[in-house]
Design a protein around this ligand. Structure first.
Ligand SMILES: Cc1cc2nc3c(=O)[nH]c(=O)nc-3n(C[C@H](O)[C@H](O)[C@H](O)COP(=O)(O)OP(=O)(O)OC[C@H]3O[C@@H](n4cnc5c(N)ncnc54)[C@H](O)[C@@H]3O)c2cc1C
Length: 345
């Protein structure tokens, strides 16, 4: 496994901007995120809300902000690993030198002298149906908490659970390829976009989607894989049984600090304590930037994270190039960057 200059845990806005600052100093990065897309809270929690306090940008939706950051880091060398949580962080020795090794839930291993924890409030984990005992035993056998590959649902009997945007979006989308789609929700009111709800209701009127409200899952049946699902009607209290191939639970996400708590980092109320000179933690080479860190006067704002990671990257450079002065230059006169961007001088 190649040794990277910086490994970034979390591809939220601060993780993404770290790639930019590292790139300016010629450092490469590996970004890892538990979500299926970059952008952290901006992309997952409020993509369409406007942000007004990014300096020099009077108005940008959160998704536009993420898209702009992705464009900004395009010239630089980084790779992005999604759908996997960093679970362990260990100190190792390579050729007599000390490195950090991270291992993800997909069993990918990465090594670097510098780990940037840009984990926000923790990794986003799907909420599971509370009344079903160990639904995870059916993972890859008919239960999922996100749609990773549309192909998986072709010609299947699908039950989608939830009342937000994801449930509505996937009901509409999967109705194009599934054998049948049923949308199950505890009440006949949805929290998603009005437009998508209208599309869903039109599909119901045309008989392309079955809407089951007010219903709740009661139990899952099947040995090797899911065969049937039992649903409880809230009004009549009747239990109804349906043949099912795929159950998709889209109940939103919880933030979990999880593995971070076990890495022997100094914490203050579930945040990682850092110094404000270079945002290093109590462990050399492990930095915490963005919402995850804590120091006197800390504010959970995107611009604070940008400042923090800019200084932390300077220290990361020094760790890779001991004794060297960190090159400083304004981007306005960075000819290499302008070349990469194709900007004329
Ligand atoms: C509704 C709302 C509105 C907001 N409005 C504004 C605003 O107007 N202006 C502003 O400045 N800020 C705003 N914020 C706050 C802003 O979104 C956060 O400050 C910012 O997202 C922090 O960025 P981050 O990169 O530190 O963390 P996050 O955006 O939280 O990203 C962290 C990422 O790390 C991943 N992660 C965590 N642990 C692991 C792990 N072990 N393995 C792999 N991945 C992991 C998570 O999945 C997540 O994607 C708002 C927040 C909300 C909820």
């Amino acid at each position: 496994m190649e040794i990277r200059d910086i490994i970034i845990i979390g591809a939220g806005p601060v993780g993404l901007f770290t790639v930019f600052e590292a790139g300016l100093l010629g450092l490469n990065c590996t970004l890892i995120d538990n979500l299926d897309k970059p952008g952290g809270q901006c992309a997952e929690l409020y993509p369409e809300k406007p942000i007004y306090d990014i300096p020099g940008v009077p108005f940008q939706t959160a998704q536009e902000h993420v898209d702009a950051l992705l464009k900004q880091i395009k010239p630089f060398e980084y790779d992005l690993y999604l759908n996997q949580r960093v679970d362990s962080l260990n100190e190792i020795e390579v050729d007599g030198e000390v490195y950090w090794e991270v291992i993800t839930t997909e069993n990918n291993t990465f090594k670097s002298k510098n780990i940037f924890i840009a984990a926000g409030g923790g990794s986003f984990e799907p909420r599971k149906p509370p009344n079903i005992d160990n639904p995870d035993k059916y993972i890859n056998k008919g239960v999922s908490y996100a749609v990773r590959s549309v192909e998986q649902y072709k010609d299947k009997n699908i039950y989608i659970f939830g009342g937000g945007d994801s449930a509505l979006d996937w009901t509409v989308e999967l109705s194009k390829i599934a054998k049948s789609v049923s949308l199950v929700h505890r009440r006949d009111a949805f929290r998603g976009s009005q437009h998508t709800e209208e599309l869903m209701r039109e599909l119901v009127r045309n008989g392309d989607v079955k809407l089951l409200t007010p219903y709740l899952i009661d139990s899952i049946e099947g040995k090797e894989k899911i065969e049937k699902v039992k649903l409880k009607n809230f009004e009549s209290n009747d239990i109804e049984e349906y043949e099912a191939d795929e159950l998709i639970f889209l109940f939103g996400l919880n933030k979990k600090l999880g593995p971070l708590l076990e890495w022997e980092l100094e914490l203050n109320s579930k945040k990682i304590v850092v110094n404000t000179q270079n945002f290093e933690t109590n462990k050399k080479g492990i930095f915490a930037v963005g919402d995850i860190n804590d120091y006197p006067g800390k504010m959970d704002l995107i611009l604070s994270g940008f400042h923090e990671t800019t200084l932390a990257v300077q220290e990361a450079y020094k760790r890779i190039n001991p004794g060297e002065r960190v090159p400083f230059g304004y981007t306005t006169s960075n000819s290499k960057l302008q070349e990469k961007l194709g900007v004329k001088k």
